[in-house]
Design a protein around this ligand. Sequence first.
Ligand SMILES: CC(C)(COP(=O)(O)OP(=O)(O)OC[C@H]1O[C@@H](n2cnc3c(N)ncnc32)[C@H](O)[C@@H]1OP(=O)(O)O)[C@@H](O)C(=O)NCCC(=O)NCCS
Length: 297
Amino acid sequence: MKKHKYFEIKDVKFRKAKPSDKATVFDFCQKTFGRWGDYISEVWDQWLKDKKGMFFVADLHGTAIGLGKITEHRPGELWLEGLRVDPTFRGHGIGRAIQDYTWVKAMSFKPKFIRYATGSYNKISIHLGRSKGMKIVATNDEMWCKPLKATETKLVPARPTDADESIALLKKDSRYKLWKGFYLEGWKAMTLDETLLLRLIKGKRVYVYFDQHGLSGMTILVQSKDKKFVTFSNTMGRDVKTLQLVLKEARKLAGMLEGQKPEMVFPRDHWYKKVIKGTGWRHTLPIWMVLLEWKRK
Ligand SMILES: CC(C)(COP(=O)(O)OP(=O)(O)OC[C@H]1O[C@@H](n2cnc3c(N)ncnc32)[C@H](O)[C@@H]1OP(=O)(O)O)[C@@H](O)C(=O)NCCC(=O)NCCS
């Protein structure tokens, strides 16, 4: 049933998000993704402070009824997130207006890439991206596991001197192409190159596994600020057996870090599903992550 429209789209203005929008925004974001709720409350303070992007609201007569965020991961590499419209006002062109505004602002950064991720079910979000010339460039599955109780793991934090060998392992990986050149930080994607890998290594986020062949496996760890959640990404092994070993070791690492419901993202591909079976990592979500990208020609 079409909701009755009781406002004029011309009255919707855009402005920077401000601390006093918090209560209104948190209120209409409570059930954004059903029982998963929303992560806006976790990132709100940080987004308000973020100097390397823009965080704005759609304002109707002084009240925030929608929001959007542009994040500059690196010069030329933009990430869009936080697109929300108050459920009361949905279906009347505000999402479109936010996307159009976002696009104009994003272009002012002279980007090489504009990207965002959404759920595979999210037809509106995918439509909005495609209307700007974005293409679906990757799909990824999210796995979870029960952490293993452990006091040690064969994974060790990589040192900056391991960077070259780590890159070599990545490139030699038989499934390298499936990653499409991305580092996946949960549902965020960034171009994975040597500079980024080195930054991650220096941040003690890259864990590696050594055997008689040298550096034979790796995984990248993301841990929430409150240390409750751990997520792994870009998990690799020299061969299937090593990859399975790294997956099990990652469960131990999650246990040692006391992660509640560790997660791991993988390219959505049958090969990974087969390899992951039996390692304790499970794929239970009925949805997957869709990554959209606009690339300067
Ligand atoms: C996604 C969201 C922002 C859209 O806001 P909205 O104000 O309802 O959107 P609009 O009314 O402007 O519609 C946006 C577009 O989707 C189109 N659309 C609507 N239903 C659609 C469907 N089932 N399939 C495809 N397109 C659809 C509309 O026609 C419109 O496109 P157009 O401008 O080219 O005609 C809003 O639903 C929301 O906040 N959802 C929860 C959070 C979310 O999913 N965020 C995005 C990804 S993380």
